[in-house]
Design a protein around this ligand. Sequence first.
Ligand SMILES: Nc1ncnc2c1ncn2[C@@H]1O[C@H](COP(=O)(O)OP(=O)(O)OP(=O)(O)O)[C@@H](O)[C@H]1O
Ligand SMILES: [Mg+2]
Length: 1214
Amino acid sequence: MVGSKKVVNHNNNVPIIEDHKKQTYHWQSEAGAKKSSVDDMVLLTKITEDAITDNLKRRFLEDKIYTYIGPVLVAVNPFKQLPYFGEREIEMYQGAAQYEVPPHIYSLADNMYRNMLIDSDSQCVIISGESGAGKTVSAKFIMNYITRVSGGGQKVQQVKEIILESNPLLESFGNAKTTRNNNSSRFGKYVEIQFSRGGEPLGGKISNFLLEKSRVHSLNEGERSFHIFYQICAGATPEMKSDLGVVSPEYFKYLNQSGVYKVDGTNDAHEFQETLRAMSVMGITEGIQMDILRIVAAILHMSNVSFMEQNNAAFITDPNFLEFPAYLLGIDSQVLGQKLVSRVFDSKWGGKSERVDVTLNTEQAQFTRDAWTKGLYSRLFDYIVETVNGAMVTDANLMCMGILDIYGFEIFAKNGFEQFCINYVNEKLQQIFIELTLKSEQEEYHSEGIQWSPIKFFDNKVVCDLIETKRPPGIMCILDDTCATMSAKSEGADEDFHRKMESQVGTNPYYQKFNNGFTIKHYAGNVSYHIDNFCEKNRDVLFVDIIEVMQKSSNAFIRSLFPDVIQSGAKGRPTTAGTKIRTQANELVTTLMKCMPHYIRCIKPNETKKPHDWDDQMVKHQVGYLGLKENIRVKRAGFAYRRPYHKFLQRYAILTRETWPSWHGDLVQGIHHIMQSVNMDPSQYQIGRSKIFVKDPESLYMLEESRERKYDHHARIIQMAFKKFFSKQRYLKEREEASDLLVNRKERCRYSLNRNFHGDYIGVEYKPGICALIPRREKVEFALTVDKFDRKFRKTKRDLIVTKSNLYLIGRVQVKKGPDKCKFIDVIKRKIELENIVQATLSTYQDDLVLIHVRNDYESLLEVKLKTEFLMVLNRKLKERHNRELPLNFINSFDFRVRKTGWGGGGVRKVMFSAGPTEEPHFTVAGSTLTVRIAQGLPSSSRPGLHRDITPDIRILANTMRAPAHNSSNRNFNKHGPTKPSYRPPDPASLPPRPANLPPSPANLPPSPPSLDRHSPNSSKFITRPSGPAPGIPGTRGPPIGGRGFPVIPGGGRGSPIGMGGGRGPRMGTGSIRGPRPVGRGGGRGPSNLPVNNPPFRLPVLSPPIPNMQPPPPPSDPPPANQPTIGTGNKLYPSRGGANLQQVSMPKKPPIEKPKPKIPQVRALYNYDASDTDELTFVEGDILQLVHEDASGWSTCKLRGREGFCPANYLEKI
Ligand SMILES: Nc1ncnc2c1ncn2[C@@H]1O[C@H](COP(=O)(O)OP(=O)(O)OP(=O)(O)O)[C@@H](O)[C@H]1O
Ligand SMILES: [Mg+2]
């Protein structure tokens, strides 16, 4: 790609820089090469599990981890950092339609965010996949993206920080290394970010699910406990260590049982600092942070309390080990010891209350110790979640975006109650996916009467029912019943549960009993669960007497974790862990169902956690149980979008006059009307019984795009009115400022005295070649095509660009070799840092020559037609950035130090000025001296405001200058005087590229005037570097906008409609030039042959403030045919005149013809308010005399004795 001319590829995703130095993205490097895989698997030729696996594999090996199935994102864990998650991608995916850019999680996130804003609907993303598949990483990418692209002030930034920092905090307390994942989430979480209507995150809420707290005390081989335990050992300061009694992890029983202390690529000490920092961000004081760490350390110390047995009763092996945990927990060490080996039961099971005081055996004592520590830990974890929530709570009832990152489906060698719950939740999530993507979608087609052939799939509802139903009782119910009838001690309860299951669900085909447990046929595979401790873990109560001890702790924080009200003899069943997770899962489903769902299906490619390692069988298994094949089938045959009639009409009402603001007729007719107005292919939509179904996403984009342009247009009109008002005042100020520089020092040219300053006379934003040369952060302050004099005083065209820090002279060169051979490209011929401009020298005459003196370098002699504005801008920038003024020297004879090139270059030339006969400068070269002769101009004391009637149209000047710009590098200077003028109306080809089909104005608005210009002049003074959309330029020859009909869809191809640079549109936040501006200047009428499969639309986005809103001003009177010019023959000003305007003689201008009686007449179709002094104001019905019609779209007319420009499309000939 590097070196090629066109960067636009299928994805259309890079700034289009018509330059050999353009950048490419890694995934574009194959552009042109045969594609080995598809971005969207809906496009697969064969839909089999093998084909899907193969497609994913090919992409994975090319480091493309994302693939779509329609809107569903399939993400394969690369097990390595990939380079496409940076700033550039964040920018690139903003506002981009899915099909425009390569599959990416940012695209999904952007889609969610924009859907939320557009529809004011809450969104959620369900991230599923097995343990280690990449769910948590995906969730973090989404949060990062959203916090980056959403705006907001200081308060919002704080909320964002809390959202982001909640991740490391919760991970250190809730994640652990397992055999399947080094950072496995041992809890589920649903993060809701709440947004204002404007899309700023105002708050958030985290719901956590079932922490695997048994990990506190028992570890499987090769696994670690929660990260925080290792962090504290590695990262605590010496003072902390001595206060907490923390040493290396090998010392603590809970940690040394598995013998794994380190995790590859993880620095526990560093992460400890992160955890502390995150706690501070949550507003947790240092005091509480220490209390938290005390509990963590106490748990570790508790693990070293061991027991021995005598006469069936447990004793503490070494009571010394009680001291540290007791000290850390703020309790008496004797009480701690006593409560570990004996227990007061206050059982409330089965409605009965019994209080039993018993001594425990070793096993029971260990159980008590572990129950104590895990109870402490889980309360601590809940406290942390609550604190995070408290830090970002908002009471506003807002739309939100939910991100569900739940522990993945898992199968271990030995699976217990925790795995049972985890897999149950995953089963529920699969149910939602099936419900929404496979089942209800098909049911909806059926109920809406849409033609549809059903697609079969496995519905895992049967498995969910097996686990959770109440009638007939499912496994969880049976478990609860068993617990309810359990005595204080749990011996035999698990076996009882096992027996009951066999009798109640034993015949269920998804259940199978074995000796020590049972197997469930989950959607993701068969899992065998050992029934040991099922009942105890389900009961999940912390013994009353332990709670009582903790409530008496001397540490207030610890007391606050045990707010329990202990009532003996309380009625009813306490909530079991099973009931809790079942309730939570069902509540979660309800919450998710209320949102617009999005899905990420994470795939784990191997068990080795190595990059580029692909286990075919393993992936195929996941492809199978995730139902990807069925998903593709349904998507392929289905519809991308559906909406109830009235909602559709409401959303797209603005597209036609008849439907705006509301449609009162038959709803279906209204829909057809809107669809016809955008020339929607009838095969692209079907009308159901209550909803409309749109087939391809592209068709939806088309509607969205049209809608957006409509709003955009209105916004422009409003903005235009504002700008017009404010810019008038600004112009006056600028004119004064500019005039101050020259007053009493240089004769003035009458045309420059009163003109408005527009800044950019080139239309830089439409010049990708130039844009590519100027850094994006440099705002263009002034741009004009000028003449540069070389050592022999030959003139060459250059684009003079002044930015906040540099002055550029840009020329064009022909490419000598390579694929772009013979093409002209823009190059920087000279770049001068503004701070190095030491002075400018000018004559005292009215000529336009400016000599720029550069520190320690040669000088540049330029003929700058708009020198006053140029000097004003330079002076202003120097003042702003370098705190100094531009020294100006006015002298009629000066030396010109030329560039030293090669052997014979360098040296000094002389420039002399004297009075001449014409106001056109006459240049004569003799040896190394240039003599400039020019007639007297306005007195140097002239000030703006005196001659306001004559405001030459600078824009046509610029355009005219532009037309032949650069087209010769060595045009011969005519030493013998003025050559024949060569003015002609600007060549359309030289005009700025314009959108192919511009949207017409809304029905009730008058047409915008046509434009000749490349830029929107009134605002171009403040043009920033192009950022996204081109400004709207009314169609040159378009029909009177308004009045007639419907929105126009841009013609085919990828040319973007207005407001979109090459397929990328206005975006929130930063923007950039995204592609070549659509070329073509058709009016608002172009037929719409939108190719539905490859339409030039993009996703709806919010428009940023639209730059350059002013309507382009009209062209000025073309210079006379025989107006003198020099050198290039493109002298652009109308002739200069003397001081007395009444007597201005336009020497070479043909006499203005007196209107002849037979002059054609035109009638005004609309009102028009002149936006400049050389325009006419008229009202609808006025009859005007048509003096001259011009291809530019501006006719010269006469009304009530005054002649001026009028927009031709406001007039009709009579
Ligand atoms: N997009 C990615 N880029 C780089 N590495 C990744 C990516 N996704 C996942 N990984 C790697 O895989 C590991 C496991 O991912 P993650 O923790 O997100 O899995 P998970 O699905 O959340 O698993 P669990 O269910 O066990 O919590 C990460 O720690 C990281 O090393
Ligand atoms: Mg995870």
